[in-house]
Design a protein around this ligand. Sequence first.
Ligand SMILES: Cc1cc2nc3c(=O)[nH]c(=O)nc-3n(C[C@H](O)[C@H](O)[C@H](O)COP(=O)(O)OP(=O)(O)OC[C@H]3O[C@@H](n4cnc5c(N)ncnc54)[C@H](O)[C@@H]3O)c2cc1C
Length: 543
Amino acid sequence: MIFNLTELWGKAMFDYIIVGGGSAGGVLANRLSKDSKNKVCLIEAGSADSSILVSTPGAFGAHMFVNKFNWKFNSQPDAGTESRGHFCPRGKGLGGSSSINAMVYTRGHSSDYDKWEALGNPGWGFKDALRLFKKSEDNENGADEYHGAGGLLSVSNVDKNYYKLEDIFIKAAQEAGVPLRNEFNNNELEGIGNYQFTIKNGQRAGVRKCFIEPALKRENLTVITDAHATKILIENKKAVGIQYQQHGTFKEVHASQEVIVSGGAFNSPQLLMLSGIGDKDELAKFDIDCVFDLKGVGKNLQEHPAISVVFSSLKTDGYSLALGSLAKRTKEMIQFGLGKRGPLRHSVTRVGGYIKSSDDVEVPDIQIHYVPIMFDDHGRNFDCLMQHGFTAELNVCRPKSVGHVTLRNANPNSDPLINLNLLDDPYDVDVLVKGVKKLREIYSMPAYSKHTGEEIFPGKEYQTDEEIAQAVRAKAEHVYHPIGTCKMGNDDMAVVDASLKVIGIESLRVADASVMPSLISANTNAPTIMIGEKAAEMILADA
Ligand SMILES: Cc1cc2nc3c(=O)[nH]c(=O)nc-3n(C[C@H](O)[C@H](O)[C@H](O)COP(=O)(O)OP(=O)(O)OC[C@H]3O[C@@H](n4cnc5c(N)ncnc54)[C@H](O)[C@@H]3O)c2cc1C
């Protein structure tokens, strides 16, 4: 589908072309087209359709099964996880991954951004990042030192916990000495409580809703969907346009100012490599002419490795698809359908927070997402969903394992080859082992006395550190936060500089999660939106 006609300008010539309408690309489309003088084109591989599955916060789990809004990548086997590959959902369509994510709104710790700056990226420290977080934000608690109000991105509180098991987890954490915390964005992370969410009035407040839809009526913004960018058109080391494939036909659009690649951490490096930007030897394997030898493209892939600590519940007051609970589930659907009420108006993972793996750690190094569900295999294990239980998924905030993305072949329609390399570094395993022990302690507190049943994962037979480490390697997954594959910096492996300009190529930037040089202790949507905001400011300043 095309909103506004590309042919409007005869040769389909724009000032700016953005590839990918996700968390960063959607922000760019809005901000760059705000000035009616800028002719902006957004190219998105997915469809223009929205769906109740996107807008309904509680429908999050459905995206693990439904293809329409999900690329559904699978990574290569990792030695660190007993040669298992991993399911890698990524959003497809306007809004990108912000249309299928769990809507948790976190930003991490100031030291995460100060590290980016120290890695050779002036202007990316926490002070600068905070200004941009506040610029985007419309927080229902209003503005303060750490929050903005009146911005485009709706951020809201949990109205209440809908299942007893959620309050029990918060209480048990306190019994185990973990403080209560309901604010994770004021630079104090440690504690367990309720997160804030990108949700408004029981509807997902993704980038599609908050940034793209308000800009669609602008005549200077052309949005082309079902359009898979296959190549960046480059002349004399200058990006001049994009070739894309739509309904089986190859087409081109041209840019007089800049091309901005915002395809996400897996697709952005793939598009660069398909266009001849990447490691020369790597490109030669696929007979791709090297336009610029940039060794770092696709390297430095980082992801939050995670392990779920799962117990069965002796009670039936959590969430389950067991036959005996179907009346409750039906009631919840009716409540939502009639008045946007009930648990479906919210994300499944309302409760969570941060803990330290040991007292020596300065900034918490484990993040927790808790669900009153028996959860396994990205929610695809129906045997688990049919039972009653509870799950704390804990992840390593600043992991040390590093993977890479490369090409599978020279066909742009092939999935990129993803090597997460999860748990390659023993540090990551060690943090998860300590986390499992801490979670067992929380689950053993009096608050759980009427609920705690059997330990399902890792399983009570895993007791020593070595045994728990073995269980971690056998079951570890990740929490959908890939970054770093077009990292910014000034070293040999940098792909973009601190202005997000691709090194060696004129008029080409990358702006999405792939430019983060190191993983932050947060869910990555808000930080990626912040990157979109900063990219837009830098592009407009250059113009
Ligand atoms: C299941 C899931 C749950 C998550 N939960 C949370 C959460 O609760 N909180 C949080 O903060 N973060 C969460 N995240 C992470 C967060 O959503 C992402 O980090 C963020 O959206 C990434 O933004 P991006 O702009 O880098 O890429 P994306 O938002 O993925 O956007 C990339 C866009 O580019 C398009 N594209 C790719 N290649 C091409 C091409 N060749 N041509 C045209 N278009 C192309 C894609 O279709 C997509 O629309 C989650 C992610 C997932 C997948």
